[in-house]
Design a protein around this ligand. Structure first.
Ligand code: AMP
Length: 356
């Protein structure tokens, strides 16, 4: 049964994804209550109520669950123990999705078990493992912490013998991956309803700068378009295997040999922000629809070309100037208090001619 209007959606995490998800929830007549530890929780402004407490604060979590009719997350590093302790009936999506996605070794093994092709990789748990991994897999490669890394943080490139000698084992479980020679990066974003219905948005080409997404572009080009069917097949298998409900993202490298799976995010994704203006239904709205048991909206692209660009760091201070530019740019600022270097502060979407 669909969640009645006026019911309360709980969102774990307080970032910009939660903020945009909350807006979509409010639009559909729900109340939205956020929960996150203290920090610059920009979702709070968009929520009907917001609980600021640690992930292991049992009393605060009990208050949160009392007021929620369904619980979702906007951040994949919410501790599994926190989510597992919530009443299972409240969870929109099984916690297994977080367990798999929080660990790069797990997600690669999981995708491979369903027929996906990750880069060659090895588990690294010591300095000796690192030497062995670099020898086996070769250079160039990337050492990444298995957990908690994002936007290029917790990553060390190993391009040369010199770099191999200077990269130290960071003391936590890592993955060493062979460097993939690719033409473009792209993502598959899908929404899966409670009844197992799956819909995909078009795949954008994603350009990264310094390990962080800078720009998503449609059309994504012939190579990506040729690889989307295989990538979607894997993404649907992942969603089905997890009993997933909501928006799920898989990131790929488009190589001459086919799509190479990089990672998954069990949530709405930065490379899907263009869907707010650019698709029949945005990723945020369809996530809300899915978790509330409402009919999913269409995912069709509405324009012949679309560009989403992130606004990072101090660029946000001048961002309103973008509104004076031609082409009706759509500006989204996240209300973050400090424009720190490398911090995602907002994004701008530009669309081309309308499609019939
Ligand atoms: P990740 O956190 O795994 O998404 O990595 C951040 C970015 O670093 C990716 O989007 C790529 O641009 C780059 N990258 C990560 N892993 C690899 C790899 N194995 N080969 C080539 N580029 C990579």
């Amino acid at each position: 049964m669909a969640l009645k209007t006026g019911s309360t959606i709980g969102i774990l995490g307080g970032g910009q994804l939660g903020r945009m998800m909350a807006v979509a929830g409010l639009q559909l007549g729900y109340r939205v209550v956020g929960y996150a530890p203290a920090g610059d929780n920009v979702a709070a402004e968009a929520c009907s109520d917001f609980i600021t407490a640690d992930w292991d604060d049992a009393a605060a979590l009990a208050r949160f669950t009392q007021v929620c009719d369904v619980v979702t997350w906007e951040f994949e590093n919410v501790p599994v123990a926190t989510v597992a302790a919530l009443p299972p009936a409240l969870l929109a999506c099984p916690v297994r999705a977080l367990e798999v996605a929080q660990d790069r070794l797990n997600e690669k093994a999981f995708a491979a078990s369903l027929g996906g092709t990750p880069a060659p990789y090895a588990r690294v748990e010591s300095a000796a493992d690192l030497v062995a991994a670099i020898t086996d897999i070769g250079k160039p490669g990337i050492l990444k912490t298995a957990r908690d890394g994002y936007d290029g943080k917790g990553q060390w490139r190993v391009r040369s013998a010199l770099e191999a000698a200077s990269v130290a084992y960071p003391g936590v479980t890592c993955i060493y991956e062979g460097f993939v020679i690719y033409e473009t990066e792209f993502s598959v974003i899908l929404v899966r309803g409670r009844d197992g219905t799956v819909k995909f948005w078009d795949s954008t080409a994603n350009l990264h700068e310094g390990g962080m997404l800078a720009q998503s572009i449609l059309p994504a080009g012939a190579l990506v378009e040729a690889q989307v069917p295989a990538a979607r097949e894997l993404a649907a298998k992942v969603a089905d295997a997890l009993g997933y409900v909501g928006v799920l993202t898989l990131e790929f490298f488009a190589t001459r040999e086919g799509p190479v799976f990089n990672e998954m995010a069990p949530r709405v994704h930065n490379s899907g922000h263009w869907t707010i203006e650019g698709a029949a239904t945005s990723q945020f709205e369809n996530h809300i629809r899915a978790i509330c048991g409402l009919p999913l909206g269409g995912t069709k692209t509405r324009f012949g070309s679309i560009e989403m660009r992130n606004i990072v760091g101090e660029d946000a201070l001048q961002a309103h100037l973008i509104l004076a530019e031609p082409g009706e740019p759509h500006l989204h600022l996240y209300g973050k208090r400090e424009a720190r270097e490398g911090r995602k502060m907002g994004h701008v979407t530009r669309v081309g001619h309308a499609l019939k």
